[in-house]
Write a protein that binds this ligand. Structure first.
Ligand code: NDP
Length: 386
């Protein structure tokens, strides 16, 4: 019997929903690059229901208990007295979502001798110390592509809301006001701007595709260059590095994983090379940006706006400076946890668990670490040392 420890975010404050805004989810075909949607042998949840919070349990309890395994679900994840830390001691599998990450530090991995598998119900496994997982023989898997489009849609929304000054204008309405001059004095058209992505993987490329009809100039940098036909189709300008790209841009969107190459990338130095009044959108990981340098750049006007949904740590403390800095459009970490995305990553989690318990290979594209090394998607997109 295996113990499965699942860390999920808290239920809504007024309890787990009993009805929903919509009755169903649209059917989507396989992913745009041909990758198959999650395909478990079965599911025990209703797509479109809230699965990512504690009562939703990612829909995995009937399956796991049917096989005689133990499932512990908690949102209490931080500190030595947390349920997570206590239950980790004899857990074989840990499941957690990046939105409410169960940080698997080297110390915690060392305290979990039975740990074999860390599943990220979502994308981005930087909450697991990958080097420690490699050394500890822990397999790390995530549900690649499950919420890439969800995030890309959020990025487009945030770019438009920043450039057009949507949030302050909406606030004027909530406040009973009508001062158009206040609303428009920071409002621009996106048309004609230079917009670039740091990384053109699943999310970055989807952002570029979605922005192409806005008649903007599109730029990207990535460790691997996109096919020439795609560059021509979307009118992309490729840059060899982030440093070389950002001085040309009005809008920068970060879509790279957090790993040693990207940690702290957007500090005072790089921000200082950007055009005055550029916008920075970060839905990738907070630590790719220097927290206080972002605040300084907004206060000085070097950045006209910053938006995103990723923070460090998560949950962000009440006094986190990004809550109160000027001209920001931050949300909690939600972009990849729409009800649509949850249905996919709950199914993907079930698929990974089925592979694990049946002793069949976990899909290569889901693997980040396996067999004591970066593997699958992890080997392509991550690094472990500076
Ligand atoms: P992919 O693996 O498809 O793409 C990541 C891309 O980043 C790859 O093209 C990779 O390049 C590129 N890359 C890696 N390092 C660098 C670097 N130093 N400079 C430039 N490019 C680099 O992942 P996704 O697009 O699906 O997701 C990207 C990230 O977004 C995730 O790792 C996660 O952190 C974040 N995310 C956030 C979510 C949210 O809810 N806010 C939800 C989902 C993801 P190559 O492979 O060519 O080497």
């Amino acid at each position: 019997m295996a113990k499965v420890l699942c860390v999920l975010y808290d239920d809504p404050v007024d309890g787990h929903p009993t009805n929903y805004a919509r009755d169903d989810l649209p059917t989507i075909p396989d992913y745009s690059d041909g990758q198959k949607l999650p395909s478990p042998k079965g599911i025990d949840f209703t797509p479109g229901h809230l699965l990512g919070s504690v009562s939703g349990e990612l829909g995995v309890r009937p399956y796991l208990e049917g096989l005689g395994h133990e499932l512990v679900v908690t949102s209490d994840k931080d500190g030595p007295d947390s349920v997570f830390e206590r239950e980790l001691a004899d857990a074989e599998i840990v499941i957690s979502q990046p939105f409410w990450p169960a940080y698997l530090t080297p110390e915690r991995i060392a305290k979990a001798p039975n740990l074999k598998l860390a599943v990220t119900a979502g994308i981005g496994s930087d909450h697991v110390d990958l080097q420690a997982a490699i050394e500890g023989g822990v397999t790390v898997a995530e549900v690649t592509f499950c919420n890439s489009i969800s995030v890309a849609e959020h990025v487009v929304m945030m770019i438009l809301s920043q450039v057009r000054n949507y949030l302050p204008s909406h606030q004027i309405v909530l406040d009973g006001g009508w001062n158009i001059a206040d609303a428009v004095s920071r409002s621009y058209d996106l048309e004609g701007m230079h917009v670039g992505t740091v990384a053109a993987g699943r999310i970055g490329l989807a952002v570029l595709r979605r922005l192409a009809p806005f008649d903007v100039h599109l730029h990207y940098t990535d460790r691997h260059r996109l096919p020439a036909e795609l560059e021509a189709e979307l009118g992309l300008t490729w840059h060899a590095s982030t440093d070389e790209m950002v001085p040309h841009l009005d809008v920068v969107t970060i879509n790279a994983p957090l790993h040693p190459e990207t940690e702290g990338l957007f500090g005072d130095k790089l921000l200082g090379t950007m055009k005055r009044g550029a916008y920075l959108i970060n839905t990738a990981r907070a630590k790719i940006a220097d927290r206080d340098a972002i605040v300084r750049a907004l206060e000085s006007g070097q950045l006209a706006g910053y938006a995103g949904d990723v923070w460090y740590p998560q949950p962000a403390p009440a006094d986190h400076p990004w809550r109160t800095m000027p001209h920001h459009g931050m949300t909690p970490h939600i972009s990849g946890s729409s009800l649509s995305a949850q249905a996919r990553y709950a199914a993907g989690t079930r698929e990974i668990l089925e592979s694990y318990f049946e002793g069949t290979p976990i899909r290569d594209e889901y693997l980040i670490v396996d067999g004591g090394a970066l593997a699958g998607t992890g080997a392509h997109s991550y690094s472990t040392a500076k």
